[in-house]
Design a protein around this ligand. Structure first.
Ligand code: NAD
Ligand code: TYD
Length: 344
């Protein structure tokens, strides 16, 4: 029986990935290792975690002692565990370096020691930096611009080094921006949906014309699974849905889908070092047989509906330490934007 370790499995994408694996009939044992930081939520796994073939371990990927208990016997590791929010990395980057770089290093060491047959590093298109025209291919250099993307780049380079130096059978996926159910409301799409549902401002950075290539979370999870099974060892695979959208376009769509007041749209001072545009060429992934199932319109509609129907989930997340973070991140910027509007 295959033993699969999913780190960060209580987060947004990791939990979707676990559920996808469990929907399949194949015999397997899934170990979920998650520190349950502010971003992890055991409720993301409700209805799945109590199955016989699932084991949940609360812990840190930086702990060698813990990994000595968890990794022996594992066939494949999917490393989703990370600090993931760019804005938080700008406020305070230490936990990003610790988990994303040191945590990945510790996991790589243990994967090697216990002869894991495959290591899938879940990375991001943000490692490539920003581009005006064209699309990033896997051969482009990495030029990260935020402490988050720099930390993820450090992890990618370590994965590459473990493959080259020690022959660790590792693969890297670099996906574009994900959206869908269970995403923490600190991120753009769920923040705007939940604020729209609460009648709160939708704080858009700068001119709102930054572009991201959006992928529905289930499409990304299917891609990660395909790469894990059919991808070539030592390779990088971009995962993108070719759904490039400006932020302001998405904000207006959310207003339309939720029926919110369009005056909620609030332009605030930009994020420092804000990448203008991401776009990915996913030809290599498609050659493994992957195809997206969700257009942006279909995925966003489904996502809005989920947040409308699952208010308890996000209201609880927004009640906790998030309030303090939100005030710090947006309080003065929203007030300044209102003052400026009043002057005009
Ligand atoms: P998330 O923030 O929702 O979840 C991260 C999970 O990792 C949480 O459950 C958290 O508790 C756990 N974690 C954090 N530090 C840990 C540690 N030291 N040890 C063990 N667990 C720890 O993130 P997500 O959006 O689900 O992203 C998952 C992965 O996908 C990340 O590696 C991220 O860089 C990558 N990624 C995300 C996106 C996106 O748009 N969300 C895009 C491309 C790549
Ligand atoms: P985000 O979800 O933080 O993902 P990333 O920065 O990693 O791509 O942000 C997506 C885009 O939305 C990005 O261009 C920044 C912008 N944004 C806002 O305009 N307002 C917000 O409150 C947030 C969180 C993001």
């Amino acid at each position: 029986m295959k033993k699969i370790l999913v780190t960060g499995g209580a987060g947004f994408i990791g939990s979707c990935f676990v559920k996808m694996l469990l929907k399949r009939k194949s015999r397997k044992h899934i170990v979920i290792l998650d520190k349950l930081t502010y971003a992890g939520n055991i409720k993301n796994l409700e209805g799945y975690i109590d199955r016989d073939c699932v084991e949940f371990v609360k812990g840190d990927i930086c702990s060698t002692r813990l990994l000595d208990n968890v990794v022996p016997g594992v066939d494949i590791i999917y490393n989703f565990a990370a600090e993931t929010h760019v804005d938080r990395s700008i406020l305070k980057g230490a936990s990003f370096v610790r988990t994303d770089v040191m945590g990945t290093y510790t996991l790589l060491q243990k994967a090697l020691e216990y002869k894991v047959s495959r290591f899938v590093q879940v990375s991001t298109d943000e490692v490539y930096g920003s581009l005006d025209k064209g699309k990033f291919s896997e051969n482009d250099p990495i030029e990260p611009n935020s402490p988050y993307s720099a930390s993820k780049s450090g992890a990618d380079l370590l994965v590459r080094a473990f493959y080259k130096t020690y022959g660790l059978p590792a693969i890297i996926t670099r996906s574009s921006n994900n959206y869908g159910p269970f995403q923490h409301p600190e991120k753009f799409i769920p923040l705007f949906i939940t604020n729209a549902l609460e009648g709160k401002p939708l704080p858009i950075y700068g001119d709102g014309k930054n572009v991201r290539d959006w992928i529905y979370v289930e499409d990304n999870c299917r891609a990660i699974d395909i790469v894990g099974r059919r991808g070539k060892i030592g390779q990088v695979y971009n995962i993108g849905a070719a759904e490039e959208k400006e932020n302001v376009y998405i904000a207006r769509k959310i207003i339309k889908f939720t029926g919110a007041d369009k005056n909620l749209l609030t332009f605030i001072t930009d994020r420092p070092g804000h990448d203008r545009r991401y776009a990915l060429c996913a030809r290599k992934l498609k050659s493994l047989g992957w195809k997206k199932e969700y257009t942006f319109n279909k995925g966003l509609g489904k996502t809005v509906k989920w947040y409308q129907e699952n208010k308890e989930w996000w209201q609880e997340v927004k009640r906790g330490s998030f309030k303090k973070y939100y005030r710090k991140m947006y309080g003065k910027r929203i007030a300044a934007s209102r003052e400026e509007k009043a002057k005009k």
